[in-house]
Each structure stands twice: as structure tokens, then as C-alpha cells.
Write a protein that binds this ligand. Structure first.
Ligand code: HMG
Ligand code: MG
Length: 294
């Protein structure tokens, strides 16, 4: 699911998560029209995948309560996968009605974040996903599975790589098609990424993972370089570096898409993403966020 067949050409898959991970952390509600305009501009950049929104409880994330409307109004570009987060069966029903192309489930490697973000233990949350994955596959939709807090948890502190591997193993057993490792706090150093992959690689080749790097400490690009050296060929990023998680206090946004694309290009990797179109999308959403803040 991560473009492995194109590795020989030096292809790296970049998934734009700004509309979901970026906007979920904005306390002022962004209009549906502005979200749709942002996503349409991102579509013009030819991302292989855009994470559009979340079918989570609007009580937990009010910003993304318009996910169905956003999906109904975006212009879908052939060749781009339009995905969404789904926390439970109710969210799955909404996601199917919205005709998502791919479902993203999300678990955590730490109990503190699991409780704060999804209101359940790690095992309870994994159990919720059994039916979600079955419904997705019955509808022939692939499933991305996030594991949050792969290095550190805002509530429990450092997270052991073995704890991450245990959750990865269970998500694979559930039938997840793609594993996305979330460095939720953005505090990792390259050595943390190396320790993480030394353990995860016991059950899944790095080439088959996606890495989701928040950038609180400004080391996300260094961490991406370390992951590339280990064989990782799929990364998430956020236009303008916007975002964070409302349930991970202090965490800043994902690695900025333009910075990631520039780093990958200078290292000789192809992404197929049009940097000029990305700049137009960044300009559109930053204007909206600045206007809202003033
Ligand atoms: P809960 O409160 O334990 O569950 O939430 P509940 O079943 O009691 O539901 C509470 C209310 O929400 C009820 O409404 C439900 O009907 C409603 P009420 O009866 O009170 O009127 N509800 C829903 N409404 C719409 N769609 C739904 C849905 N489900 C319940 N799907 C739940 C459990 C999982 C729903 C909640 O904890 C939740 O929505 N959590 C999501 C939090 C979230 O989105 N966090 C950010 C995304 S994860 C992230 O950012 C990390 C990531 O980027 C990777 C990384 O960086 O590490 C992916
Ligand atoms: Mg995130």
C-alpha cells in the first residue's frame, strides 16, 4: 500500500494530512467552504493521498463535524485517494455514506493517550476496530492504521519500542493494510527513530510503514532522513506545518509539506507532487487561519 513497487525509481509517497491533522487542532471553526477550497487546491498538487477529515464524535473534535459535507463538496481528482479517520462503527457508517476511498483507524502505544484520545484502553480501542476493518474490507476499502505515541506519550512519558511493536502486531492481525507510526509529540531524535524501527522491523519491513512526524522540536526532517536511510518510503505531512492533536497538549503540527518535498527532492527522491500547487494551497489555508485569528 505504500508504493513499494516504485521504490526502484526512488519514489517516496507523501500523504497530505493538513485538512485533518492540521485543522483538527484549530479551536476557531474553519468554514466548510474554506476547507473544500483548501482540499481542492491540494488535489491540484497531485498528492497520492489526502486525509480529508475525521468521522469522529463532534463532541470530541468540533472542528471536523462537517466531514460529510466536506466529502460531498470536494472535487475528486482521479489518482488521489481521499481518506478519513474512523474511530468506531458509527463513524464507519458515515464514512461509507460519504464514499471515502480509504479508512484510517487509530490506536495508541500508551494507555494514557489511548484514554485521553479515544476514551478506552488500548485493548478496548483495538476491539472496536474489528468490525470497522471488516466493514471497510467488505466495501473493498483499504485500511490505514495509526499507532500514536511511538516515542513518547504526553501522559505516560517515554514509550518502549516493544510496546509499539505489540500494537503493530495486533493491527496487522486485525487486517490493517498499512501501518502509520505517529510521533505524536514531535520530540523524537533520529536515534529514537532508529530504536523504534529496530523493533518494528521484527514484524514489518520499514518499506511497508508510513511515518507521521510532528515537528515540535524542529527535528522532523532529520527524523525523516533517518527513516529514509532505514528504508521508509512513505511519509505524512501537513501544508504549512499546521496542526497537532487536541489530546496531545503542546504538540505542534506535522512536518511542513513544502519542507518535506524540498528535502526529498534535494536527496534525489521523486514524489509526483507539484510544489507550486502546494504553495497555493498553503497560502489559501494560512490566509484563512490568520483572518480567523485576527
Ligand atoms: P466516547 O465519549 O467514549 O463514546 O467517545 P460514546 O459512544 O459515549 O459517544 C459520545 C458521544 O459521541 C455520543 O453522543 C455518540 O453518539 C457520539 P451523545 O449520545 O452524547 O449525543 N459519537 C459519534 N458521533 C459522530 N460520529 C461518531 C461518533 N461516535 C460517538 N463516530 C470516541 C469515543 C472514539 C467516539 C471519541 O473518543 C472520539 O471521537 N475520539 C476521537 C478523538 C480524535 O479525533 N483525536 C484526534 C485524532 S487522532 C490523532 O490526531 C493522532 C494521529 O494524528 C497520529 C499521531 O499524530 O500520533 C492520527
Ligand atoms: Mg498527528
Amino acid at each position: 500500500m505504500t508504493g513499494a513497487s516504485r521504490d526502484a525509481l526512488g519514489f517516496v509517497r507523501v500523504t497530505e494530512v493538513g485538512p485533518r491533522d492540521g485543522l483538527q487542532n484549530e479551536t476557531r471553526i474553519v468554514s466548510t467552504a474554506a476547507k473544500v477550497a483548501f482540499i481542492d487546491l491540494l488535489s491540484a498538487a497531485h498528492f497520492p493521498e489526502i486525509e480529508v477529515s475525521s468521522f469522529v464524535s463532534p463532541k470530541w473534535v468540533p472542528q471536523l463535524g462537517d466531514a460529510s459535507d466536506v466529502f460531498a463538496r470536494i472535487q475528486r481528482r482521479p489518482g488521489t485517494i481521499y481518506s478519513a479517520l474512523v474511530p468506531n462503527e458509527r463513524g464507519m457508517d458515515s464514512a461509507l455514506a460519504a464514499r471515502v476511498d480509504k479508512v484510517a483507524i487509530f490506536a495508541a502505544a500508551s494507555e494514557g493517550f489511548s484514554a485521553a484520545n479515544t476514551g478506552g484502553t488500548i485493548q478496548e480501542v483495538l476491539a472496536r476496530f474489528v468490525r470497522v476493518v471488516a466493514s471497510a474490507h467488505a466495501a473493498r476499502l483499504p485500511v490505514r492504521a495509526y499507532v500514536s505515541c511511538v516515542v513518547r506519550c504526553p501522559y505516560d512519558g517515554p514509550v518502549a519500542p516493544t510496546a509499539v511493536r505489540h500494537v503493530v502486531e495486533q493491527l496487522l492481525a486485525l487486517g490493517a493494510d498499512e501501518i502509520d507510526l505517529g510521533e505524536t509529540l514531535g520530540v523524537a531524535e533520529p536515534a529514537d527513530i532508529e530504536r523504534l524501527y529496530a523493533e518494528v522491523a521484527r514484524v514489518l519491513r520499514p518499506e511497508r510503514t508510513t511515518l507521521h512526524l510532528h515537528n515540535t522540536n524542529g527535528r522532523a526532517l532529520d527524523n525523516a532522513r533517518a527513516a529514509l536511510a532505514l528504508g521508509v518510503r512513505s511519509f505524512d505531512s501537513s501544508a504549512g506545518g499546521i496542526g497537532g492533536c487536541p489530546y496531545a497538549p503542546g504538540a505542534r503540527g506535522n512536518v511542513d509539506t513544502a519542507a518535506l518535498l524540498a528535502m526529498l527532492a534535494s536527496a534525489g527522491y521523486e514524489t509526483g507532487v507539484d510544489g507550486g500547487a502546494v504553495e497555493r494551497a498553503i497560502s489559501s489555508i494560512t490566509q484563512v487561519l490568520r483572518a480567523d485569528a485576527s
